[in-house]
Write a protein that binds this ligand. Structure first.
Ligand code: NAD
Length: 352
């Protein structure tokens, strides 16, 4: 199992993926990694944004490229997976390589868990899905999530050069999405010394490197730091139970079909303001990193986004907030402060 289980007070640490390559130019190792898996027929899944990297990999694979699928969609609709599965079978693929954000990585997970084929993830955002044994899929507009060790990619290749094409808006919102994984790990009920360390380093990396990368998007050392932070934040997401922030993102994203990273980014300062008074360890660590008030620091970053920075601007109707708050309060994820419906409504009103 990839999650920790406490049996008789014993914590079990298991940490897929088993093989992680990190560094500028690491993408050039992907053909060798497919050979290492014994693969002769690679299905390449890549979004258009990753087109150049996918072309480069296709050339390097030569005749070992079985087919390419170029239309992964956010939240992994099962209809798209069925289409890609048909291509995979028609071309006799024996491994899957995904290059792109969480959408491409999610599709490769969906293909791998259906076929048992090995997968290599080459992430180009900071979403962190590649580090988790979790798959969210959408069928008839309803998203369901499952957890299975077989879902986690066996190999992950982090190449910061692939993130230098992220526009400033995506850089900002995706980095805050990763920060949310780290922050929620700090106040998680099942946090361990290991997850605390990863979460603290991830938060430090993001809050230290992000301002510089927003000014100079090509700055490779800053991009490397952000990507390493995303790796650790992804580990936190895999290994701890997420709280109110992720519950709100799931509830709002699912109900109103909202863009993943932008939603996370705008919610985070509001959830920090709500939870930090009840989460002293997280508050102390984040105060040390920011040298002051974490809510103000994260809030200023989030408001710096040139796109939508409120739920209203994202298209959420104000009269829909109460129902979301009631749903969240009825079955809360583990959270340091009890999210009663009135308090969550106020939080959402503030974010609106
Ligand atoms: P995404 O993959 O949908 O990408 C967002 C947009 O950015 C797309 O248009 C994409 O083409 C573009 N893009 C990606 N990388 C780029 C780059 N380097 N340069 C320029 N453009 C680029 O979004 P995401 O935020 O990475 O992932 C969101 C999806 O991942 C959601 O479906 C979410 O549920 C899922 N997710 C799953 C987990 C998990 O553990 N299962 C974790 C995090 C996210």
């Amino acid at each position: 199992m990839s999650e920790q289980r406490a049996a008789g007070g014993v914590t079990v640490h298991e940490a897929p993926p088993s093989r992680i390559l990190v560094g500028a130019g690491a993408r050039h190792a992907v053909p060798g990694e497919t050979e290492r898996l014994g693969s002769r027929r690679v299905l390449l899944v890549a979004t258009r944004s990753a087109g150049a990297a996918a072309d480069e990999l296709a050339r390097a694979l030569g005749p070992r490229l079985a087919a390419r699928f170029g239309r992964p969609v956010v939240h992994t609709p099962v209809t798209v997976t069925a289409e890609a599965l048909e291509l995979l079978r028609a071309h006799g693929a024996d491994s899957v390589v995904a290059i792109g954000g969480g959408s491409a990585v999610g599709l490769a997970k969906a293909l791998s868990v259906r076929t048992g084929l090995p997968q290599i993830a080459v992430p180009t955002t900071y979403a962190g899905s590649e580090m988790t044994p979790v798959l969210g899929e959408t069928k008839d507009g309803v998203k369901t999530t499952r957890r299975d060790p077989a879902i986690a990619p066996g190999t992950v290749v982090y190449d910061p050069e692939l993130t230098s094409t992220m526009p400033p808006g995506l850089t900002l919102t995706s980095a805050l999405n990763a920060l949310a994984h780290a922050v929620e790990a700090l106040w998680a009920p099942d946090a361990t010394a290991a997850t605390d360390t990863w979460a603290t380093e991830a938060a430090d990396g993001i809050l230290t490197a992000l301002p510089g990368v927003l000014t100079d998007p090509q700055a490779l050392p800053g991009r490397e730091r952000l990507q390493e932070a995303a790796l650790l934040a992804g580990r936190c997401l895999a290994r701890t139970r997420m709280g109110l922030h992720h519950q709100l993102a799931h509830a709002l994203g699912g109900t109103f079909d909202l863009p993943h990273a932008e939603l996370h980014a705008l919610l985070l300062p509001h959830v920090l303001a709500f939870n930090l008074p009840a989460a002293p360890k997280a508050a102390a660590r984040l105060a040390r990193i920011t040298g002051g008030d974490p809510v103000a620091t994260v809030g200023a970053l989030a408001r710096g986004h040139r796109g939508p920075t409120t739920l209203g601007a994202l298209g959420v109707p104000r009269d829909g907030l109460r129902a979301v708050a009631e749903r969240v309060a009825a079955q809360p994820y583990p959270n340091p402060r009890t999210p009663d419906a009135d308090a969550v409504t106020r939080l959402l009103e503030d974010a609106w």
